[in-house]
Design a protein around this ligand. Sequence first.
Ligand code: PLP
Ligand SMILES: N[C@@H](CCOP(=O)(O)O)C(=O)O
Length: 469
Amino acid sequence: MQYVSTRGSAPALDFEGVTLAGLASDGGLYLPAEWPRFSADEIRGLRGLAYPDLAARIMAPFVAGSLTEDELLCLCHAVYGDFGHAAVTPLVQLDAQHWLLELFHGPTLAFKDVALQLLGRLFETFLERRGEKLTIVGATSGDTGSAAIQAVAGLERVEIFMLHPKGRVSDVQRRQMTTVRAPNVHNLAIDGSFDDAQAHVKRMFTDAEVTNVLNLGAVNSINWARLMAQVVYYFASALGLGAPDRTVAYSVPTGNFGDVFAGYVAAKMGLPIERLIVATNINDILYRALSSGDYSAGGVTPTITPSMDIQVSSNFERLLFDAGERDGAAMAEQMRAFEASKAMQLTNAQAQGAAALFASARADQVETARALQWAWRKTGQVIDPHTGVGLHCALSVAAAGTVAPGIPLVTLATAHPAKFPDAVERAIGVRPALPSRVGDLFGREESFVELAGDYAATRDYVLGHAGNA
Ligand SMILES: Cc1ncc(COP(=O)(O)O)c(C=O)c1O
Ligand SMILES: N[C@@H](CCOP(=O)(O)O)C(=O)O
């Protein structure tokens, strides 16, 4: 399988190449040159497989040429054998139409573990093979950071610098990052928003001062391998609900557009997905883009769903490229203009391509709290606020008839409620406890460095400390 950049001028790479490269050298994001496709019969043949076996079958076409089927299967068993639930990503029924897909049974209690546990092992495999080392720079609004650090802490060939916006992640999220003591882990709290942190990270990949001395890698969803691993749970859940003989719709709490783009990939591969609901909080650039074509970033307002406090959604570029005409030069121009003005209008082809599968809804903080109350009172489920945004949007699109009553509507439960205990307790009066597998998070000492919000501060810190672990 070959991968091409959304901006058209970076070299095409194989799976090993894109996994280690992260961002393309032209600033674009890698996508498969073409989508592998499963027929309805082939999808039917996947029914009943255990999650690790299913994962290996779904991901096989994407890794072809870089991993053998046996190597991939071995990795999948090693990664998914260790989750806190035998089904890895279990479905929970809420009522006749609504379901939750629980994605938080990994070690750091959010959906990020599903992909990052695999990515850590892919790094080890490929770096060992090449005899190379990798300096990872990442940005997090809370969950990617903890999952990535957990996945790579202690690895000999990897060093990680993780940027989070100071004071804008939950205490549990911050402690999951800053209490990990490993010589290859650096936590940086920057003045600014997640968008600022993500912009610094992307800029480093195209800054020759950095790339001339460091072999940079990415753990954010700019790394294709992240999205590839997330495609699997769309297949697992849809198969469980009757696919391919029944269509399924999904409501996906969205920030960087990675998780919902994985659903788009599943649909491209032949999974019958009725609709993908892009569920946003009040930082609603994606809601505006998908409902009116206006993709313009305002300031970021902090909310009770901090992981989705994002206004520049990295992976939206992948959709614009693929749903438009896969024209790298035009995409590069469109993104250059957006980076300068922070505003863009979708082309007709992009808007129509997106409208075929996506719908969008938004939830403010009151609506989010009401969704938590609905889940608790009607079904006894304690859900996290990000899942609450997804559930509010699922309930509202179902009420509006956008998804017909006979079609199962699955809300992705992207984090464990105990990651956001204050917001959950305020909404339903119940304080969720951390599962014991997280250990004594509040008894451990924290360590992180505080940096100013400008790019130079981050770049200089990374250049000054890389390799000094
Ligand atoms: C708990 C949670 N829900 C939802 C999201 C949004 O996912 P995505 O950035 O893939 O759109 C995130 C952050 O990525 C998250 O951490
Ligand atoms: N919500 C995310 C933001 C980064 O998203 P990613 O999927 O691109 O890594 C987080 O928790 O850090």
